[in-house]
Design a protein around this ligand. Structure first.
Ligand code: P6P
Length: 319
């Protein structure tokens, strides 16, 4: 505990861990109870809202909204920020989250995840949208929960990255990896190659290098793409590699969300010795302007991320 600390952040992380245990229980029972599939509604993202999305979103809101610790929260499933503590907007922290990322994979039993990002409240009288639109560099904590073969929680508070595994027999997260460091370079590249024809030439040449066909054979890597961000990120964090969701002519701002997907994972990967950028600048330096804004994302091992940045710049400056 640091001098002057109240324990509020620690307790907020416990609140999130409690929500994760509840969500994990639902995910593990999906298929046995009527919670798989769609609710027949479209969410604010224009995506077919899955029942587990709604359950996860409500679970996290209920775990934090009345504790006095969170002033305002924002979720991928909520169009606007939600002022908490009976609408007072008072509380030390701001919580941004994607309650269940990759939920389209639920019905086929592929790993999915919760991603969260925590900031200090700026407007002490009544927090709101501006408290949510802070640069990623200002995060005080970030993490994710992956509901996979086991349920793992990985987080940072700016003092290293730490991984926990849920022991269902006692209902507690147990520390498994303290101070995770990601390799400087890895054997995997992760990208949806069906977008190849939509990319700029720089990204096409970069991926050809990863395939051993771009003239930089030392950059040849294995392709691994699950299509669930938390699962792809977690594998690359532990084994090394680079995940890419570049801008393309279908998604000119990229697909992934800055505030509750890219920023928290960027904070984690930088704390683990890796890097994250949007093709030009570090993710954590982006000044947010909208709650659900998208960003291109290149994230993972520092040497691999730098290779992507350098190769794309080299190819596109020569055009
Ligand atoms: P695509 C899942 O829908 C998600 O938001 C991330 O979890 C994942 O990395 C990405 O989209 C996959 O997108 O276009 O490759 O299917």
């Amino acid at each position: 505990m640091f001098e002057g600390a109240t324990g509020a952040l620690t307790n907020l992380l416990y609140d999130i861990a409690l929500a994760a245990k509840i969500i994990s229980g639902h995910v593990r029972r999906a298929g046995l109870t009527d919670i798989m599939g769609s609710v027949g509604q479209i969410n604010v993202q224009g995506e077919d809202q899955q029942k587990l999305d709604v359950i996860a979103n409500e679970t996290i809101k209920n775990a934090v909204a009345h504790t006095g610790r969170v002033s305002v929260l924002a979720s991928e499933e909520e169009e606007y920020p939600v002022t908490t503590n009976l609408g007072s907007g008072k509380g030390s922290y701001v919580l941004l989250f994607d309650p269940l990322d990759g939920s389209s994979n639920i019905d086929v039993n592929v790993s999915i995840g919760t991603i969260f990002s925590i900031y200090r409240t700026i407007n002490k009288d009544c927090a709101g949208l501006t408290d949510c639109l802070q640069r990623g560099r200002e995060q005080v904590a970030a993490g994710y929960v992956m509901y996979g073969s086991s349920t793992v929680m990985v987080y940072t508070t700016g003092h290293g990255v730490h991984g926990f595994t849920l022991d269902p027999s006692i209902g507690e997260f147990l520390l498994m990896n303290s101070d995770i460091k990601t390799p400087l370079s890895g054997k995997y590249y992760s990208v949806n190659e069906s977008n190849f024809t939509r990319w700029s030439e720089g990204y096409r040449q970069t991926v050809l290098c990863f395939k051993g066909a771009g003239g930089e054979d030392n950059m040849r890597k294995n392709a691994r793409y699950i299509g669930s961000l938390v699962a792809d990120f977690h594998r690359n964090l532990l084994t090394g590699g680079v995940f890419m969701y570049p801008r393309d002519n279908k998604s000119p701002n990229g697909k992934l969300r800055l505030l509750y997907e890219a920023n928290p994972l960027a904070f984690i990967v930088e704390q683990a010795g890796g890097a994250a950028h949007d093709g030009l600048n570090p993710i954590l330096d982006i000044e947010p302007t909208e709650l659900h804004q998208r960003t291109p994302l290149i994230i993972g091992s520092s040497e691999d991320v730098e290779f992507v940045r350098r190769k794309v710049a080299e190819v596109e400056s020569a055009q």
